[in-house]
Ligand binder design. Structure first.
Ligand SMILES: [Fe+2]
Ligand SMILES: [Fe+2]
Length: 274
């Protein structure tokens, strides 16, 4: 079973700054003949504000002709506690209209892949509690299967015990609950996006993979804390066979190394984060 994880495509028909990276990514995906493609969010430039971004990118994803699952990023559904674009029922409804559920389960080989919505974490929205109950239930129900998580925002940057990293990782309170689940169920893999920085490491027996973006790189001036890993574009290739998992961060030929620093005033003019 071959699975491809892509992330942070940041596509929009009205802001086509990174659109030239979609065709090479789509061609590369087709050549890999994956059984499943997982997009870990920031699919759009501004799906949280412009529904057309969601409609357009969902069409592109369907055009791959491959079974896919997508998870929202902060630019797709807003963010917990964001005063301009808070995640809320209306934004979630728009996401679900175009991309389907923002949490899902796929059983492949001897693995249970669980995707969930990182933007609800710490939001206090009613959906946050519903998702938390659902997550516990689908994990309890996994039986003998090994568990792999997919979400937009990484659980932590350097250590599960670190404090609040702001924009960059899951807040300490929801993180503590999630880490308890990771330990209790010996989660095999936690795969995320969001950082536009590639990294592959183990912590307490769990493998953590930060997928590279395919849209743009982030210069050191805009990358808040110094991050481990590599500043590169690309994708992640997974092979699952029985209980065996192989994974690797890979280059995608033909991607243009855009830097958000050069385009931020046009693409995200009202704030300087990505
Ligand atoms: Fe992003
Ligand atoms: Fe993001």
């Amino acid at each position: 079973m071959r699975i491809i994880q892509i992330s942070d495509t940041h596509l929009s028909p009205s802001k086509p700054h990174f659109a030239d990276n979609w065709p090479p990514l789509a061609r590369w995906i087709a050549r890999q003949h994956p059984d499943l493609v997982i997009h870990t969010g920031d699919v759009t430039v501004d799906g949280a504000g412009v529904e057309e971004d969601l409609r357009h990118t969902a069409e592109l994803m369907r055009g791959l002709g491959v079974h896919f699952r997508a998870l929202p990023g902060n630019h797709d559904v807003g963010d917990a506690g964001n005063d301009r674009q808070p995640v809320n029922d209306e934004r979630l409804r728009r996401w679900r209209t175009h991309f389907g559920p923002d949490r899902w389960v796929e059983d492949v080989e001897d693995f249970r892949l669980i995707g969930f919505d990182a933007l609800l974490l710490g939001s206090g929205e009613p959906e946050e509690a519903v998702q938390a109950d659902w997550l516990e239930a689908v994990m309890d129900d996994a039986g003998h299967r090994r568990i792999a998580w997919f979400l937009h925002r990484p659980l932590f940057l350097d250590s599960p015990d670190e404090g609040d990293t702001g924009y960059w990782s899951v807040k300490p309170e929801p993180r503590t609950r999630l880490m308890e689940l990771v330990r209790r169920h010996s989660v095999a893999l936690v795969a995320s996006g969001h950082l536009h920085n590639a990294h592959d490491f183990f912590h307490d027996g769990t493998r953590y993979i930060w997928a590279p973006a395919s849209a743009f790189l982030v210069g050191p001036d805009m990358k808040a804390p110094p991050l481990p890993g590599e500043n590169r574009l690309g994708a992640v290739l997974y092979e699952m066979d029985g209980r065996t998992l192989e994974a690797g961060i890979v280059d995608v030929p033909g991607l243009s190394p855009h830097w958000i620093d050069d385009a931020v005033e046009e693409v995200y003019p009202r704030r300087s984060d990505k």
